[in-house]
Design a protein around this ligand. Structure first.
Ligand SMILES: [Zn+2]
Length: 100
């Protein structure tokens, strides 16, 4: 496989892992704080309760752009969220690097 294809797949798998990591930390946070794990709201801020839009939920990117805070109320988002997204991405990288 050509190098560009491998890079594209590596980025895609990293992003997929980051998304999975984001979901895991979200569900863990809901469980840890006694909230319903499968809430009817898609994803919401723990500070103001506002439902987040898609642009607020890009793994890693949204955390960095909003500097680890809610865009609406500045409620702090723990560094564990960023860490879980990055680790999720890194965990899926070997799948593509060593199998294709
Ligand atoms: Zn908020």
């Amino acid at each position: 496989m050509e190098i560009l294809g491998r890079v594209f797949l590596a980025v895609a798998f990293f992003l997929l892992g980051a998304i999975l990591g984001s979901y895991l930390i979200t569900y863990w946070s809901r469980y840890r704080t006694g909230r319903k794990i499968l809430d009817t709201k898609h994803c919401f801020c723990f500070g103001c309760g506002k439902e987040l839009k898609l642009r607020d939920m890009y793994p890693i990117f949204s955390y960095l752009v909003y500097r680890g805070k809610c865009r609406y109320c500045s409620y702090p988002i723990g560094r564990g969220t960023l860490l879980c997204e990055v680790v999720g991405g890194l965990l899926l990288l070997p799948v593509i690097l060593f199998t294709v």
